[in-house]
Write a new protein. Structure first.
Ligand code: NCD
Length: 306
């Protein structure tokens, strides 16, 4: 059993399936049973970057398992603002809790924390690198909504260069025999080449286009992303691409009947509000699945079996 959850690159397919099975078991359990599972256990939520869903769904997940939560939602409220180092912060908080959930703008920080700490460390997003708990809930949502993951055609739209949610999910989908990807991004925000490489040349097809219409017609899952202002070294570049793609209800008239539009959220304006009332909108149920998957993750990494 792995101590930490840091990157989808680390996980074999069967390990990913264990999280999905655990989440199914959690969801089937009545709330009054779930709340007996982690009494007296403490989760530390250490958020060095803004968050609504990831932090609050982790906190809700822990409370609803009967555990409790300590933590911070911004580094300004901690001794980091006084100059304390990241590793000293980890060594302090580890003596107050049983599991560390960490979000940080620096790539590789979750791995560093995992090496430093004897506690389980869960990566809640490290810069533009990885966001494995989001990927697990995305996979859970896709399987629930479409009945399977294998063989689906998946399109990613928006900021494919900096989106850690995309980087994590593509890697996981490749392990689930998803071989057909459509990538819709402005030239400056294309998916880094590295993600398209595999040990089996020719097995995976990446169709890169700047036209979202192509993705809408062909795909089973349309994974929208926000253009992430905070990741741009130069804000002039952000201004040039910020409104590149805006999905509207009308554009979806060409979609397959079962198409699901997913988004890790927050949206800025890449999905028009009129999409919310269509049968294609899957992003709010996706966010709700966050609590279930994060309960599964907390249980697994705190050694509880169901
Ligand atoms: C994403 C993130 O933080 O990477 N949000 C999330 O966790 N649901 C995506 C984003 O911020 O655009």
């Amino acid at each position: 059993m792995r101590k930490d959850l840091i990157s989808m690159e680390d996980l074999e397919k069967n390990e990913i399936q264990e999280y999905l099975t655990m989440a199914e078991k959690v969801e089937a359990m009545p709330l009054e049973e779930r709340v007996k599972l982690l009494p007296g256990r403490i989760m530390a939520a250490m958020f060095f970057e803004p968050s609504t869903r990831t932090r609050l769904s982790f906190e809700s997940a822990m409370h609803r398992l009967g555990g409790s939560v300590i933590g911070f939602a911004a580094k300004d409220a901690t001794s980091v603002a006084k100059g304390e180092s990241f590793t000293d912060t980890i060594h302090t908080v580890e003596s107050y809790s049983d599991i560390l959930v960490i979000r940080h703008p620096g790539e590789g920080t979750a791995r560093l924390a995992a090496q430093e700490s004897y506690l389980p460390v869960i990566n809640a997003g490290d810069g533009a690198n990885q966001h494995p708990t989001q990927t697990l809930l995305d996979l859970y949502t896709i399987r629930k909504d479409l009945g399977k993951i294998e063989g689906l055609k998946v399109a990613f739209v928006g900021d494919l260069k900096y989106s850690r949610t995309v980087h994590s999910l593509i890697r996981a989908l490749m392990k689930f025999n998803v071989t057909d990807f459509t990538l819709v991004a402005p030239e400056t925000l294309r998916l880094p080449e590295y993600f398209m490489h595999s040990d089996e040349p020719g097995r995976f097809r990446f169709h890169e286009t700047e036209r979202i219409e192509v993705a809408i017609q062909e795909c089973d899952v349309l994974y929208m992303t926000r253009i992430q202002r905070e990741r741009f070294p130069d804000l002039v570049e952000y201004e040039k691409v910020k409104d590149s793609y805006v999905l509207t209800a009308e554009m979806l008239s060409e979609a397959k009947d079962h198409l699901r539009v997913l988004h890790p959220l927050p949206r800025v304006n890449e999905i028009a509000y009129d999409v919310d009332n269509t049968k294609f909108a899957g992003y709010f149920p996706q966010a709700r699945n966050g609590v279930i998957m994060r309960q599964a993750i907390l249980l697994k990494h705190l050694g509880v079996t169901l």
